[in-house]
Write a protein that binds this ligand. Structure first.
Ligand code: ZN
Length: 326
């Protein structure tokens, strides 16, 4: 994987230790599972956007479920013993290496050949600087840090907020499903074409609606919108880092509030699955409003739509207003 440093701002990175990429691969299990004919593929996805994409590509030929329960925050995923057993039995585990540490472990020890890293297909090009404020928690990861050459940088996993990257993942997923279930390879490929068409239509709407925005700076609760910003020409300021559990200090929050004023931003974005208190404090300090921008890490009853496409279109309306787009 080639990493390029993005022109992309992370003011408050917090402790990044939890996001360290664990496990450099290996595993080497036996690839005994293929689709058992007639029953279809059993696919497990790490969290919602991967579940949605896999469902679209699998259609009625695959049984797809998500390991992150509805309404739970995806970054913090913990696996029950039943989950671990399910991972070991799945035909395909769709996950993003480095995004959900519990799943990285299960991918290596349980899923083995069935594990499929969507991040590879999405070509994750954005990275963030690791924070240097020296929390004690970093010590226990010292060994892992030494193993990885990209010291001080962590990869941004949030590719699904750029619809074109999710379309790429859909294509690659169809190819992988076709390898596991060759009789139905053509059907998976066809489903991926339909998925791509929907995502490219969404992308076209976003390009058009977001091309003339008066406000360029996107101030978000956690740093989830780097790929969206990269695609549609915004610059992201994440109040928390790449992981929503990284809480900024009062000094960092004051710094962001100042930046909000400097850049003329009028909206600070909160999320459905993260406590809005920190973002609301920054907004109040800067004297601006808040609106919900959904990073789609999970759906809840409060989500502004029933699937990826609906929530992204709701996000588009929120952005048009919040960024003062013509
Ligand atoms: Zn996130």
């Amino acid at each position: 994987m080639t990493l390029r440093t993005a022109r992309w701002t992370t003011l408050a990175a917090g402790s990044a230790a939890t996001l360290l990429i664990a496990g450099c691969g290996g595993g080497g299990g036996s690839p005994e599972n293929a689709a058992t004919s007639g029953e279809g593929l059993t696919v497990l996805a790490g969290f919602y956007p991967l579940e949605w994409a896999a469902s679209r590509v699998g259609g009625d030929l695959a049984s797809v479920s998500s390991l992150t329960p509805a309404g739970a925050e995806a970054h913090d995923l913990e696996l029950t013993p039943q989950d671990v057993a399910a991972v070991s039995e799945a035909d395909l585990l769709v996950y993003i290496e480095g995004f959900q540490p519990a799943l990285d472990e299960a991918a290596e020890s349980e899923a083995r050949e069935a594990a499929w890293d969507a991040g590879q297909a999405a070509s994750l090009t954005l990275t963030a600087e690791e924070d240097e404020d020296g929390h004690g928690a970093e010590d226990q990861h010292a060994d892992e840090e030494e193993e990885h050459a990209d010291e001080g940088e962590i990869v941004d996993p949030h590719f699904w907020l750029d619809p074109t990257r999710l379309a790429d993942v859909g294509d690659a997923l169809a190819e992988r499903m076709g390898e596991l279930d060759p009789d139905n390879a053509a059907a998976y490929a066809e489903n991926a074409v339909a998925l791509r068409a929907d995502l490219e239509e969404l992308d076209g709407e976003m390009q058009e609606a977001l091309s003339g925005c008066a406000i360029n700076t996107l101030v978000t609760s956690h740093d989830a919108f780097g790929y969206l910003a990269d695609r549609y020409g915004f610059e992201v300021v994440g109040i928390s880092g790449l992981d929503p559990s990284e809480e900024p200090s009062p000094a960092q929050m004051a710094e962001i509030a100042e930046l909000v004023q400097e850049r003329g931003a009028t909206t600070v974005y909160t999320e459905t699955l993260v406590d809005p208190a920190v973002a609301e404090t920054v907004a109040a300090e800067a004297g601006v409003g808040t609106a919900v921008l959904d990073p789609l890490e999970g759906l809840t009853d409060e989500s502004a739509g029933d699937d990826y496409l609906e929530v992204m279109r709701a996000n588009l309306e929120t952005l048009r207003e919040g960024q003062s787009c013509a």
